[in-house]
Design a protein around this ligand. Structure first.
Ligand code: PLP
Length: 466
């Protein structure tokens, strides 16, 4: 069964949950049947729906404003809009890539970039996106000039040294000791400060980081109250892990965080929001890549650069170099920008008793384009497939097409039962889709009649990526 989900986007609804390996195998079979060899990425929207359920169960006081920059895929955004989430956006990017966009109330958007381009501030004013962060005095003057009615949130940089995957404090957040000074500057300019925010760093590995940050936010909050600001919001940023292999679980963080919130912000009139990115999407996407070339070299040989050895000799176990059709300039940019590590899987490794030291390389002409330098794999052939789980965060949204390499083909699926928790029943329109043979055959959506092309939320989401 398929569900139409905005232009160029079809969700396959499955009667039961399928394993990632099974879904990957289906797509490989589809590609091979169509004689296609391009990389593909599969989004399990059910995974995102379940993440939201977990969020509500573990952090009932905290409203998530999804950080769009983490993954601005149309299907992801549409689902999150339909589930009622709010959004953290940090730039003005019209979402007209798909020709449609998603309607989000300005009150459901926080402009969480403390250093904004002036024209973006003007645009925010025009669109009434009033909540925005700041962390320096110059920003206050810009806001005074172009959006004096904005609702401001002071971003502090918690003073702590906890382990995170991606440091953000080198760029943003004011020292809490400077908070009062900035708040006074805002007061002198007649601006409205309504909240305090922080970001402990992306991919937080120690739950205590949140407790310390909440405590320091309380001090800044009190300073603002003393200055007479109408303080209504605490924004605890992002940093929540999104995949089961993370060093710490989301629930472990929630436990510590809830305690800190109850201790330092017992007043339930304070609106507590967060800006999670990777939490919602990291585990939802799986990337399949095709082996487009292979080179066998002797151990200790780096490519074919070294003097040729007589291969194979009794002492020289061969080392495999595999070249695949996505790399660090594409979805694997997360290796560079997000300090991510990735794990490779072989779809059917039943013949995998004998393994070889292998390296995996992207498709571009750059020697930097290496995905895994040293991993153990059974011997594979050109045309075989590999896949990588947990590829949803900071992957597609920052990918380029450098060297003319195309992005992976996108697919979406969800178990019917999980889907119905968000979309309770099939509408007349969806039943109509299912009755169209070429939709069933999975042909492209451009071929579908216009009658299919609306949903109540297909309006616009004007702030795009951070
Ligand atoms: N909010 C802001 C201002 C950010 O800079 C980021 C990430 O860089 C996020 C939220 C999302 O963080 P994460 O993906 O760790 O939840």
């Amino acid at each position: 069964m398929k569900h139409y989900y905005g232009k160029n986007c079809v969700v396959e609804l499955n009667k039961s949950d399928k394993s990632i390996a099974a879904v990957v195998q289906e797509k490989i079979t589809l590609h091979e049947g169509e004689q296609r060899d391009e990389a593909f990425i599969i989004g399990d929207l059910g995974d995102i729906i379940k993440k939201y359920e977990r969020w509500n169960a573990a952090l009932p006081r905290v409203r998530p404003f999804y950080a769009v920059k983490c993954n601005d895929d149309h299907a992801v955004l549409k689902l999150l809009v339909d589930m009622g989430l709010s959004f953290d956006c940090a730039s003005k990017v019209r979402r007209d890539r798909e020709g449609t966009s998603l309607g989000v109330d300005p009150e459901r958007i926080v402009y969480a970039n403390p250093c904004k381009q002036t024209s973006f501030i003007k645009y925010a004013a025009k669109k009434h996106v009033s909540m925005m962060t700041f962390d320096n005095e110059d920003e206050l003057h810009k806001i005074k000039a172009f959006y004096p009615d904005a609702q401001l949130i002071l971003r502090i940089l918690p003073q702590s040294n906890f382990k995170v995957q991606c440091e953000l404090g080198n760029k943003f957040g004011c020292n809490p000791k400077k908070a009062r000074y900035l708040l006074e500057a805002a007061k002198d300019l007649g601006l409205n400060v309504m909240g305090i925010s922080f970001h402990v760093g992306s991919g937080c590995e120690e739950a205590e980081a949140f407790a310390v940050a909440v405590q320091q936010a309380r001090d800044a909050f009190d300073a603002a109250l003393q200055l007479g600001f109408d303080m209504t919001m605490l924004d605890i940023g992002g940093g929540f892990p999104g995949q089961s292999s993370a060093p710490i679980s989301f629930e472990e963080i929630a436990l510590v965080l809830n305690e800190a919130l109850d201790r330092y912000f017992p007043d339930t009139n304070v609106d507590i929001i967060a800006e999670p990115g990777r939490y919602f999407v990291a585990s939802a996407f799986t990337l399949g890549v095709n082996i487009i070339a292979k080179r066998i070299v002797a151990r200790d040989q780096h490519g074919d650069n070294d003097e040729p050895l007589d291969y194979p000799t009794a002492n020289d176990e061969p080392v495999m170099m595999y070249y695949v059709n996505d790399g660090v300039y594409g979805s694997f940019n997360c290796l560079l920008y997000d300090h991510a590590t990735v794990q490779v899987s072989v779809p059917d490794d039943s013949d995998g008793d004998v393994t070889y030291t292998s390296s995996i390389w992207g498709p571009t002409c750059d020697g930097l384009d290496c995905i895994l330098e040293n991993t153990s794999l059974p011997e594979l052939r050109v045309g075989n497939w590999l896949y990588f789980k947990d590829m949803g965060a900071y992957t597609m949204s920052a990918a380029s097409t450098f060297n003319g390499m195309p992005p992976p083909r996108r697919f979406y699926n969800c178990s019917l039962e999980t889907w119905h928790t968000v979309y309770p029943e099939l509408s007349h329109k969806q039943r109509y889709i299912d009755s169209i043979p070429h939709m069933k055959a999975g042909r492209h959506l451009e071929e579908t009649p216009d009658i299919l092309a609306t949903s109540p939320t297909d309006a616009f989401l004007f702030f795009g990526t951070s």
